[in-house]
Design a protein around this ligand. Structure first.
Ligand code: K1U
Ligand code: ZN
Length: 173
């Protein structure tokens, strides 16, 4: 089956604030499956529903599957929230919706993520390093925030210019 398309900057749909999920329907289960397929295909270590054009508060994360001999172990989180955070960490981030760009971003070093799985079971996880960064990155997507919003205005402007040129060139060819 065809994979869902990942929206890319500067698509305004990436800037919407996503709606909380009241009830997990079959449609949302299918969306979660599709998001995992997209994450593994791209490849990535996380994905948020708005990146595939659906403005609901759901993320998928698998921060270990790219390591040698690791198995796929996707975590789907419905209505994720960070309930505790501490410290600071700087991490070089990329984003499947921000092509051809990475930058260092300052984030909270340790977080507690809470939410529910697709069966309504509560999830609570304490995370640090890449996993903590990834949780913050994906929850930002649910609020219409991209990692480039956390870098300097100058760097963001330079990237925006480069991206617009790239899109204009794509239109011409
Ligand atoms: O939300 C996204 O766009 C996914 C993004 C998540 C993320 C990456 C880095 C720091 C924080 C959040 C990605 O997965 S970008 C691709 C990536 O990081 C990666 C891809 C293949 C192997 C290892 C990493
Ligand atoms: Zn992203």
């Amino acid at each position: 089956m065809a994979l869902r398309e990942v929206l890319s900057f500067p698509d305004p749909l990436l800037r919407r604030v996503s709606e909380p999920i009241e009830e997990v329907t079959d449609e949302l289960r299918e969306l979660a499956r599709d998001m995992c397929d997209v994450m593994y295909d791209e490849p990535g270590i996380g994905l948020a529903a708005p990146q595939v054009g659906v403005a609901v508060r759901m993320i998928v994360v698998d921060t270990e599957w790219t390591e040698e001999e690791a198995e796929r172990n996707p975590m789907v989180v419905v209505n994720p929230v960070i309930t505790h955070s501490e410290g600071k960490i700087v991490w070089e981030e990329g984003c499947l919706s921000v092509p051809d760009f990475t930058a260092e971003v300052e984030r909270k070093a340790k977080v507690v993520l809470e939410g529910h799985d697709l069966d309504g079971k509560p999830i609570r996880e304490e995370a640090e390093e890449l996993r903590a960064v990834c949780f913050q990155h994906e929850i930002d997507h649910l609020d219409g925030v991209l990692f480039i919003d956390h870098i300097s205005r100058l760097k963001r402007m330079l990237y925006t210019k480069k991206r617009k040129k790239q899109l204009a060139a794509e239109q011409e060819s």
